[in-house]
Design a protein around this ligand. Structure first.
Ligand code: ARG
Length: 302
């Protein structure tokens, strides 16, 4: 089981809406049903709490509709908070609010260099003793050296190539030390190789499954809280001993976010545990193109 995922920062959707378009899912003319959004968000909170997770709240702020997506606030490791630098001005005003929250709660705050963008845990997820970090649509490739230095952990950059899956948490969901939900559709060839070498037992999504945002799930021990659960994915998770709860968050899908995006894990300490797989390649091994590359060939795991 994951040794994190029992404490989350969330932000009530009081001021949530689709007020601009910064990803392919957002359409200005689509109205958010505020009451429905509030009920869906509350059901997610209740589900996570019932699973044994504790939820800490951030104050919503008028004018910052995407503040609900706390996954993007920054990267947390122990008592360290590395604040995000958002690509789009529409979200940049969230950063001072996030910094204020983490400062008030006793965290050490670190900033990335000014000209380097990174969108926090939405683009950075731990697996074993490395941090996987997506880049291109929102985060910059250059962020990884700085992040690695700050969190004292090896960072593996993964290039994202499908703008519908613009943050890493839409294509990758760590389940335990050996398993993860993965949507290789979102990654370039090299990224697929990195993932394949890192994750001993992947649950590989078909494109149509990935586009339901089912990788954007919150894992609390043996429970997977999902925005949707395609039947094959559910069967595989259950065969691995997980149970599944679907929390419909379609009001938030209108803004391009699912369950995971609405949470930021606070009980993460990076760089502690190695995955149980031998021969995890070095970068030079990966570039030789040796070995099987089933993720790239788009094979499903049956
Ligand atoms: N509307 C938000 C944006 O485009 C959605 C953020 C989704 N967050 C995530 N961690 N994938 O930035």
């Amino acid at each position: 089981m994951l040794d994190w995922g029992y404490k989350y920062l969330m932000c009530p959707p009081q001021h949530f809406g689709v007020l601009y378009e910064i990803n392919p899912w957002m359409h200005h003319e689509v109205q958010v049903d505020t009451e429905k959004a509030q009920a869906q968000w509350q059901f997610l909170v209740d589900t996570l709490q019932a699973a044994g997770a504790s939820i800490v709240l951030q104050e919503p702020a008028p004018g910052w509709p995407d503040l609900v997506f706390t996954a993007n606030a920054g990267i947390v490791s122990g008592d360290l908070f590395v604040a995000s630098r958002f690509r789009h001005p529409e979200r940049q005003g969230e950063t001072p609010l996030d910094i204020a929250w983490f400062r008030a709660h006793g965290y050490r705050i670190e900033m990335l260099p000014e000209d380097i963008g990174h969108e926090g845990a939405g683009d950075a997820l731990p697996f074993g003793d490395v941090l996987l970090s997506g880049y291109r649509f929102r985060s910059d490739m250059q962020a990884h050296t700085a992040i690695s230095h700050l969190v004292k952990t090896a960072v593996r950059p993964i290039e994202l190539v499908d703008d519908r899956l613009y943050h890493l948490d839409l294509s990758f969901c760590p389940l335990d030390e050996r398993r993860a939900i993965m949507a290789p559709l979102a990654w370039d060839v090299y990224g697929c190789k990195v993932m394949e070498q890192l994750v001993p037992e992947p649950l590989v999504l078909e494109a149509y499954e990935a586009l339901t945002f089912c990788a954007n799930s919150v894992v609390v021990g043996k429970l997977v809280v999902m925005p949707s659960c395609p039947p094959r994915v559910g069967r595989r998770l259950e065969s691995w001993g997980f149970s599944v709860v679907v929390c419909p968050v379609d009001e938030f899908l209108k803004a391009g976010g699912g369950c995971r995006c609405l949470t930021l894990a606070l009980d993460v300490t990076l760089g502690r545990k190695a995955p149980e797989k031998e021969n995890v390649s070095t970068d030079s091994d990966l570039s030789t193109g040796e070995g099987e590359v089933s993720l790239i060939q788009g094979e499903s795991d049956g």
